[in-house]
Design a protein around this ligand. Sequence first.
Ligand SMILES: Nc1ncnc2c1ncn2[C@@H]1O[C@H](COP(=O)(O)OP(=O)(O)OP(=O)(O)O)[C@@H](O)[C@H]1O
Length: 270
Amino acid sequence: MDSASPTALQPPTPPLAELRDLSVRWGRNCVLDGVNLTLQPGERLVVVGPSGAGKSTILRLLAGLQLPTGGTLLLHGQPQRYLRLDQENPPDVRLVFQNPALLGSLTVGQNVGFLLYRYGRLSEAEIRQRVSHALEAVGLGGIEHLLPGELSGGMQKRVSFARALIAAPQLGHAQMPLLLFDEPTAGLDPVACTRIEDLIVRATEVAQASSVVVSHVHSTIERTGQQMVLLYGGVFRWAGDLAAYRSTDNPYVVQFRSGSLRGPMQPAEA
Ligand SMILES: Nc1ncnc2c1ncn2[C@@H]1O[C@H](COP(=O)(O)OP(=O)(O)OP(=O)(O)O)[C@@H](O)[C@H]1O
């Protein structure tokens, strides 16, 4: 690029997340073997691959719950060298667990506003308003007073989404959040799946975030993915957008789409 051109004066926005030659090893088990990946601001990425391929490992790295054994992870252009709890100015990364992980003795409102109550910088009225907006965004307005045990599993999941819509008050910066969803539709009926899939898209928009979804569920892949990667044997075997995923004849994707026992992904190699 011409360094004297006007556009060269604007610092480019870095990718929200970047994996550079990233590796994770557990003893001799190489779970990620020098993978590269870029997530742009506002993008929704779906990571697919068979069991044990390392999909949750990618989420744990992004969430700062684990460090790579090689290579670099950058968030907002900043190399991540410490676990999240040890970082002074951590990036805004919100992990929605497979299990909703709500505190059973607290009301729905107290669960959704947990961090706001804990850090105590806002008035009670302000917290109630934010909690109410977050619950309305997931279609559960007016249930603040209920206990999690009074809700169905699907509703509890939606409450955990509402919690992810609330920015942690201890984070002083205004960077785009990263939402991580680990198997968000596992074990749900098809209608509940659709509701959660719509919520993933909506939550990403409402939080003005990027998101990474790990899923085996075809409807979830189809309805939430913009970009996709297929992980197997420690490396990404395929990457592309949703339209390309539907039509590619890449043998890994073909086998994953069809669920066939025949193909390059075999248990002995996993
Ligand atoms: N604490 C650990 N110690 C040793 N090996 C581990 C540890 N955590 C994960 N692994 C290994 O890392 C590999 C990837 O695990 P990971 O949970 O990321 O896979 P996955 O693709 O999310 O699988 P699934 O779809 O079944 O959840 C597995 O082979 C697993 O045994």
